[in-house]
Design a protein around this ligand. Structure first.
Ligand SMILES: [Zn+2]
Length: 135
C-alpha cells in the first residue's frame, strides 16, 4: 500500500464559490455587509456583526499584519512532507478579518507578530488557488 500524497483541497460551496473564483483570478474578494459595512471571512450567508443576509463581494487589498504564527517542523501527513519547516500565520487584513495561510519566502527566524505582509497566490489545481502571504 502506498501513502496518498495528494494534498487535501478545500471544498467549493455555494457560499465560497465567489471567494475561490477570486483567488483563482489572483484578485481576492471578500463579503462585505451592506448594512454595517463589515468585511467577513470565511464566507458565510449571515453577517457575524449584525445578522444581515445582504452583502456584496469586494476586492481586498491583500495587505495585513501577522497576528500570530507557528513554525511547523513536522508535517501533517505525506502530502505536506516537502517544504518543512513551513510558517503558518494568522494575518489580520487591513479590511478587518483575520485569516490563516502559509507565509512563504521567509526564514522562520524572521517572522514576528506585527510583521507587515502582502497576499500572494499558490495555484494548486485548475480550480483551487490558495492565498499565501509574503513579506
Ligand atoms: Zn453586518
Amino acid at each position: 500500500m502506498t501513502a496518498d500524497t495528494s494534498r487535501p483541497l478545500p471544498t467549493i460551496t455555494l457560499d465560497s464559490a465567489e471567494y475561490w473564483a477570486s483567488t483563482r483570478a489572483h484578485a481576492t474578494k471578500m463579503q462585505r455587509c451592506t448594512r454595517c459595512a463589515a468585511f467577513r471571512f470565511y464566507p458565510t450567508p449571515i453577517c457575524g456583526e449584525c445578522g444581515s443576509t445582504d452583502f456584496t463581494w469586494e476586492l481586498i487589498s491583500g495587505r495585513g499584519t501577522v497576528y500570530s504564527f507557528s513554525v511547523v517542523h513536522r508535517s501533517a501527513g505525506p502530502a505536506f512532507e516537502t517544504g518543512t519547516p513551513t510558517i503558518l500565520v494568522l494575518v489580520t487584513l487591513e479590511e478587518g478579518p483575520t485569516m490563516m495561510a502559509d507565509l512563504i519566502d521567509c526564514p522562520p527566524d524572521e517572522v514576528s507578530i506585527g510583521l507587515t505582509v502582502q497576499m500572494d497566490y499558490r495555484d494548486l489545481t485548475d480550480k483551487i488557488t490558495l492565498p499565501v502571504f509574503r513579506r
